[in-house]
Design a protein around this ligand. Structure first.
Ligand code: FMN
Length: 189
């Protein structure tokens, strides 16, 4: 698959399943993600791979914490917890991509851009070998507890949870829409 085809046909997929072996995940990261452009070669990225039982365990802990924070009880709490717990089980592997936040404000901005580029490399590389992905964030991703649960430090910034698996259905849940209106200004003189 050439790069144009990969860009044109990659879409966020919700239903992901199957077994993705560790060597494949490692390849996506080592031969894909980290070849993103990176000013001053700061290598600001880190990857935490969640698979197997860890997804259920972390989901369970998060669900209880989130329910506590919302002050939920009874039936409502039960339903809320079940929904939250299930979230990390939507793919066999989740790669949590984080930024090591360091240096001047300019470096922090540039490093964040580099980590975004690394994520896109990862998404396209996965797509090129037939894997489906979905970049997710949300309340848990940005909660300080999550970084702690992953063994990340206070100076790490979660940029995305990349759900990875074999597509159950190639139809994206989200409509693919891009506007070309007012997109480009050509400055020629
Ligand atoms: C920073 C960031 C955060 C995102 N968070 C979520 C999310 O929490 N849930 C989700 O379903 N998609 C999330 N997405 C994916 C976008 O919704 C998706 O890329 C967009 O709808 C375009 O669809 P496509 O990827 O199929 O082109 C996120 C994307 C980015 C860049």
């Amino acid at each position: 698959m050439n790069v144009w085809e990969a860009i044109a046909t990659r879409r966020s997929l919700g239903q992901l399943d199957g077994v993705v072996d560790d060597a494949t995940i490692q390849r996506l990261i080592e031969e894909g993600a980290i070849w993103a452009p990176n000013h001053h070669h700061t290598e600001p990225w880190h990857f935490t791979v969640l698979k197997g039982e860890s997804r259920g365990r972390i989901g369970l802990e998060w669900a209880a914490l989130a329910a506590d924070e919302l002050g939920l009880g009874g039936d409502i709490r039960e339903k809320f917890e079940a929904k939250e717990q299930a979230k990390l089980l939507r793919a066999p592997v989740i790669i949590v991509v984080s930024q090591k936040v360091a240096g001047s404000p300019v470096q922090v901005e540039e490093d964040h851009a580099a980590v975004g580029a690394a994520v896109q490399n990862l998404l396209l590389a996965a797509h090129a070998i037939g894997l489906g992905t979905r970049w997710r964030t949300g309340k848990m991703a940005y909660h300080p507890w999550f970084k702690h649960a992953l063994g990340l430090g206070a100076d790490d910034r979660v940029v995305g949870l990349i759900y990875v698996g074999w597509p159950v259905n190639r139809e994206p849940e989200l409509a693919a829409q891009r506007s070309k209106e007012g997109l480009i200004d050509w400055i020629t003189e």
